[in-house]
Design a protein around this ligand. Structure first.
Ligand SMILES: Nc1ncnc2c1ncn2[C@@H]1O[C@H](COP(=O)(O)OP(=O)(O)OP(=O)(O)O)[C@@H](O)[C@H]1O
Length: 617
């Protein structure tokens, strides 16, 4: 096995370790079932040679018969019944053992699958936004949902079957060697052919399974995007284009599967030919041995059964190695994902310091480079606790990023951020993030009740939930819903307008009750009046909190203690509203136009161009 495959195996073994005692028990059951199974041809041989083919009458029991060194034909009904009893007894034992073994193995498999799914999910939660953006969602869903199921089969199906088959094969060889070493010649001669063919097929199989997996994740992504963008597709009447894209992904998946089916068929044809050759070879050799008087007919039947068993086990082992490539591919994908290092590293410092309930913030030459582009460029800013700061600027100027780096969704490429004069990286992520109630640009609601969505971070009383909703201007519309706070929203619930979703997200952040509130363009879908009321209420009811509001609509931030105008990842202008108007720069230019237009939508790119201060033109 190559290094990659070794590590893939070791990675799974780490989680499988706890199941090893149960796995050993099932393996022992498997061995016992094999022993029972391998006894059957011997009983069959006695039945043919000493019950059916004999013509001497006798009255022998199976025990006395087995103990005799010199066996003779008995043609006894007593022996017949004893043989039948033993045969059925062994069959029953075998069936019970195989049943128990499969049951326990399935439970072990389910346990391992659940652990693997949990671990991959937990890993997903630790990754920072930039690292996560390197994976597409189809790929991530494939890893968490399908690869975990596939990979656990390596430990709970493939490896146990290979061990079982190897044990049975070795035992069959030993028995056959005891009966007639000549018949071992055939399987021994064919084994190298098996090995060479298997090596060739294994490599091809792994390639095919890789292709199937890639096509699968592409397919998942296509379906997911189409579900999310269904309204967009209809609005652009682009159903045909999307259908073509879907059909293309679907066809590629079909082709990948067909290629694998063709390979499997070829594999089976080749291996069944080798098996048939073994069978014919055995018949030929044993016919000679019977004709020359070396074998009785029942002995011949038993020997050929062992040869066939050996060949079946060899085929089964090969088949498992062939199919195992699918599990190896899934394991490699999982290993790759689990080895992905988050750019944001957590610390062990976990205890909440009382004074962090009133954090001051300081950016010191904070820089962020994403995909080679400077998104924040040596940003310096001090925000004492309790200040209300408005942030505005052209689209793409870095407003969201300067807020996201506060909670370390992205890691700074240079400079530092201090919280209470302590480097933010020295806080545990849990503690750092507990200081901020963040309302993101896109309002996301879980498929759950409104109440649970609002009480997402804090399990508050009904009264607290209603209070937060009132302050977020959401209580009135929630009360008008037939189910009120118990209404299910999100993907599986009723539809809400963009503004309603934003208000629920704000209520959720207010419920969290952190000392710093961050509104990242999160009131953009509200009408001017509601937005004004909401922000006024937030300032009124949470006067002590630091509030950072990023907005395009300048009226939203007009009353802030300080306004920051961002440009190219840095602060272009800062001051109170009056100071910025007096400055007559970018901000004043945008303000004039917004006032003139009374519009809620502004194209900052063009406005920023037009409103450049005299000196910069
Ligand atoms: N994951 C990413 N990889 C690379 N570049 C990114 C990534 N996320 C954001 N950017 C870039 O960072 C820059 C700043 O983005 P940011 O979201 O902070 O802008 P913004 O000022 O908030 O814009 P808007 O007002 O449109 O929300 C943009 O140029 C954007 O293209």
């Amino acid at each position: 096995m190559s290094n990659a495959k070794n590590s893939t195996f070791r990675f799974g073994l780490h989680y499988y370790k706890k199941c090893i005692p149960a796995a050993i028990l099932t393996q022992l059951m498997g061995f016992a079932a094999t022993v029972a199974d391998l006894f059957l041809p011997l009983l069959f041989e006695m039945f043919i040679d000493y019950v059916i083919c004999s013509n001497t009458d006798g009255n022998t029991s199976i025990f006395s018969f087995l103990l005799q060194t010199e066996k003779y034909p008995v043609h006894s009904f007593r022996l017949f019944w004893h043989l039948a009893f033993f045969y059925i007894g062994l069959l029953l034992i075998r069936i019970i053992l195989v049943y128990l073994k499969k049951l326990i193995n399935q439970v072990i498999g389910l346990k391992l699958e659940t652990t693997l799914r949990y671990k991959t999910y937990a890993k997903l939660m630790t990754l920072d936004s930039l690292t996560l953006s390197n994976f597409n969602s189809g790929e991530l869903l494939q890893t968490i949902n399908s690869d975990t199921i596939m990979y656990k089969d390596l430990f709970c199906k493939m490896i146990p079957t290979i061990i079982d088959s190897s044990f049975a094969m070795i035992l069959s060889i030993v028995i056959l060697a005891g009966m007639s070493p000549w018949l071992l010649l055939v399987p021994l001669l064919l084994t190298p052919v098996f090995m060479i063919e298997l090596r060739r097929f294994k490599k091809l199989s792994r390639e095919r399974y890789k292709e199937i997996r890639n096509c699968n994740s592409n397919m998942t992504l296509t379906v997911q995007e189409n579900i999310e963008a269904v309204r967009l597709v209809r609005a652009f009447t682009n159903e045909n284009l999307e259908e073509e894209k879907f059909s293309d992904a679907n066809e590629k998946l079909k082709k990948a599967h067909l290629d694998q089916i063709a390979l499997s068929a070829k594999f089976e044809a080749v291996f069944s030919s080798i098996k048939q050759a073994a069978y014919i070879g055995t018949i030929a050799v044993s016919s000679v041995l019977v004709l020359t008087g070396h074998f009785k007919i029942g002995f011949l039947v038993a020997c050929s059964q062992y040869v066939m068993k050996i060949m079946n086990y060899v085929t089964q082992i090969n088949n498992n190695f062939f199919q195992m490539q699918q599990q190896v591919v899934s394991g490699l994908k999982m290993l790759n994902f689990m080895n992905t290092q988050s750019k944001v590293q957590d610390t062990d410092a976990g205890i909440t310091d009382e004074k962090n309930k009133m954090p001051s913030i300081r950016y010191e030459n904070a820089s962020l480079t994403l995909s080679g582009k400077k998104v924040l460029d040596k940003l310096n800013l001090q925000i004492p606790y309790g200040k209300k700061i408005g942030i505005t600027g052209a689209t793409g100027s870095g407003k969201s990023m300067m807020l996201e780096v506060l909670v370390r969704n992205y890691e700074l490429s240079g400079g530092k951020i201090f919280i209470n004069e302590k480097d933010s990286r020295e806080y545990s992520l849990k503690e750092l993030r507990s200081m901020f109630s963040y309302v993101f640009q896109e309002a996301f609601l879980f498929s759950n009740t409104i109440k649970s969505n609002i009480a997402y971070a804090e399990h508050g009383t009904d009264e607290q939930i209603i209070t937060a909703s009132r302050h977020a201007q959401a209580h009135d519309f929630i009360s008008r819903l037939p189910e009120g706070y118990e209404t299910i929203v999100g993907e599986r619930g009723i539809g809400l307008s963009g503004g309603q979703k934003q208000r629920l997200s704000i209520a959720r952040a207010l419920m969290k009750n952190s000392p710093v509130l961050i509104f990242d363009d999160s009131t953009s879908a509200l009408d001017v009046e509601t937005e004004k009321k909401l922000l006024a209420d937030v300032k009124k009811f949470y006067p002590e909190k630091t509030i950072l509001i990023s907005a395009h609509r300048l009226s939203s931030i007009k009353d802030c203690d300080e306004i920051i105008y961002m440009k190219d990842g840095n602060i272009a202008e800062r001051g109170t509203f009056d100071e910025l108007i007096k400055l007559n720069g970018h901000f004043a230019g945008v303000w004039k136009i917004q006032e003139m237009q009374h519009s809620s939508f502004v194209d900052f790119d063009s406005l920023a161009e037009r409103s450049q201060p005299e000196g910069e033109k």
